[in-house]
Write a protein that binds this ligand. Structure first.
Ligand code: ADP
Ligand code: 5GP
Length: 201
């Protein structure tokens, strides 16, 4: 049984940092590679960070119902392809989806037992500091991200878990704790339990 972990956060909260730590720590967990119409940034690689496609191709795939969820984020399309979930089910691993609040909502409606996690920065000032420290964005982009963050964080109430990313070590161990805890929920253990019970018959 594949468990989907949805992670959303305003840009600069530390989502990538926490996700990469937890992926290193937890076995059998893979990152879902989305399709996007935005251009690759910096050292991003096709098929590793995203699958980069044109708007035309995205719209064709959308019309063909190929996406589990999709959204228009800052003027670009982003979507999770059905095949990511199919591959995970066949391969017997869990999936981490880094998607925005619109996509998270669609996915929860479609797959209610997906686990959703919202990452909050400790404060606006700290978020601003992290965006600057990352050194990726112009002043204009930083100001835009801060405005967007104010909107995005209003959606925290739709998520199952909220992590305040203050100390990175504590946040990543809490994230790993969520993954481990969710993995041993009874509904997800049934396949393992059945053969154990058989040994008692
Ligand atoms: P996101 O993926 O949410 O946009 P990043 O993981 O790129 O964010 O983190 C933004 C910046 O903040 C990076 O420079 C990162 O090293 C730093 N950072 C992440 N988590 C913390 C933390 N808990 N405390 C201080 N700095 C952090
Ligand atoms: P970025 O362009 O900075 O990589 O991502 C911008 C936003 O798009 C982030 O909030 C990220 O979570 C979101 N995003 C990335 N992939 C997907 C996806 O497949 N679906 C949705 N709905 N959002 C995505």
């Amino acid at each position: 049984m594949t468990t989907i972990f949805i992670i959303s956060a305003p840009s600069g909260s530390g989502k990538s940092t926490l996700v990469s730590r937890v992926m290193d720590q937890e076995p059998n967990l893979k990152f879902s590679i989305s399709y996007t119409t935005r251009k690759p940034r910096g050292n991003e690689v096709e098929g590793v960070n995203y699958h980069y496609i044109s708007r035309e191709e995205f719209e064709l795939r959308l019309a063909g119902n190929e996406f589990l969820e999709h959204a228009d984020v800052f003027g670009n399309y982003y979507g999770t392809h059905m095949s990511e979930l199919e591959k995970a089910r066949l391969g017997g691993y869990d999936l981490v989806l880094d998607i925005d609040v619109q996509g998270a909502r669609q996915l929860k409606d479609r797959i209610p037992d997906a686990v959703s996690i919202f990452i909050l920065p400790p404060s606006r000032a700290e978020l601003e500091k992290r965006l600057r420290a990352r050194g990726e964005d112009s002043e204009e982009v930083i100001q835009r991200r801060l405005r967007e963050a104010a909107e995005e964080i209003r959606n925290y109430g739709r998520y199952d878990y909220v992590l305040v990313n203050d100390q990175v070590g504590e946040s990543s161990s809490n994230l790993a704790g969520i993954v481990r805890g969710e993995r041993v929920r009874r509904v997800r253990m049934e396949e393992r339990i059945a053969p154990i019970l058989e040994t008692f018959e």
